[in-house]
Design a binder for this molecule. Sequence first.
Ligand SMILES: *Cc1c(COP(=O)(O)O)cnc(C)c1O
Length: 398
Amino acid sequence: MAQHAEGFFDNRERFRDADMATRAVRVGLDPDKETGSVVPPIYQTSTYVQDGIGHGRHGYEYGRMSNPTRDALQVSLASLENGAAALSFSSGLAAEDALLRTLLKPGDTVVSGNDVYGGTHRLIAKIWGEWGVHSVETDLSDVDLARGVIEEAQPRVVWIETPTNPMMQISDVAALAEIAHQSGALVVVDNTFASPVLQQPISLGADFVVHSTTKYLGGHSDVVGGAVVLATDEYEDRLWFSQYALGAISSPFDCWLTLRGIKTLGVRVQRHSENAQQLAEWLSSHPKIEQAFYPGLPSHPGHDVAAKQMHGGFGGMVSVAVAGGEQAARTFAESTKLFVLGESLGGVESLINYPSEMTHASVKGTPLAVPLNVVRLSVGIEGVDDLQADLSQALDQI
Ligand SMILES: *Cc1c(COP(=O)(O)O)cnc(C)c1O
C-alpha cells in the first residue's frame, strides 16, 4: 500500500530558511509542471490511472488515500508550523478525533485546560469518555497548579489552548511541555487562535499542533477544515493510517481554498492583531465596559507569558465583560451594524458573538460556563476607525 505521496509537491527544503510570509505564499505551490500554470490545479478526482497492476504514478492510487491538492496543503502546513509532517482533515474536530484515536487507549487520561474549546471538551468527555478515557480539566494558565494535577493524573496527553476561547487566558507552553514530558505525557497545542504567524508551539516543546483551518488559516469564512502537525515523524505512519482508515479527509476543493487563504496569512494576521490591539485599548477604558480580555494589554494577567511566546502581535480575538450584566451584553451584541452577529472566527470580516447562548451554549450551567455579560469579538481586517465607530454606536444603545 502506498504511503501519502507528498514528495511530489514537497519544496520545503528550498524554503527551509525563508520567512514565514514567504513560506505561506510558496511552499507546496510550485507552478504546475505540465502546463506552467502558476496556481496549481484542483485535482478533483477520486482515482488515478495505474500503468500496470499496483503501479500508480507518484504513489497516487485512490482519493481517500492521497490527493495532490491535499498533499500541497499538508506540506504548506508542516512548513508553517516547523513540523516534520502535517495531515489535513474535513474539520478541526475530525483532526482532533483522528489524533486522539491514534494516541489513546481505554484507561488513558487527558488533562486539558478548563476553558478549552467547547467542542474539544465535548469530544474528550462525551465521546471518548464512553470508551474509557478519563478527562481532567484544570486551569493550565497556573503552572504550579498544573504541575500538581499532571503529576497526579499521569495523563497520556496534555491538551493546551492558548490564548483560550473566549476568556483569552494564556498558558506557558514551554513550561507545561517540560512538566508533561517529565510525566511521560505527550503535548498537543491547539494553535487555532494564534496561528503559526504569531506562535509556533513545536519550537516551544509541543509534540503535536492541531488547527481548525476553518479560522485564520482559511481566513475567509468559506471553508471548514482541520489539521494535525507532527513535531517528528514518530507517529506519522500511525496518524496517516488513521486519516486513511477513518476517512475524515478534506476534499480537494476545500484544500485548495485553504491554500488560497494561507497565501495571505502573514498580512492578514498582522492586520487582525493591529486592529484588535487598538480596539482592546479603547474598549478597556470605555465606561460601558467592565473589563477587556486581550493578551496585548499590559494589565492582562498573561501578558508577560504571551509577550514571551507570541511574536509580532497578540491576535485578532478580544472579549469584553459589559458593565450592566446580561441584558446590556445582549443589547451590545445585537446592535452592531458592521460586526456580523455570528459564530466562528478568524475571517476577514469582523464577527460579534454572545458565547453563553452561541458558541458556548453546550457548557451553560457547568463549571466551564462563560459569564453572562461576556461578548466575544473576532476583529477583522476592515478599517479600524469604522470598526471602532460601530462598537461605539452599539455601546450607546445600552
Ligand atoms: C473552531 C475551533 C475548533 C473546531 O474546529 P472545526 O473546524 O469547527 O471542527 C477547535 N479549536 C478551536 C480553538 C476552534 O476555534
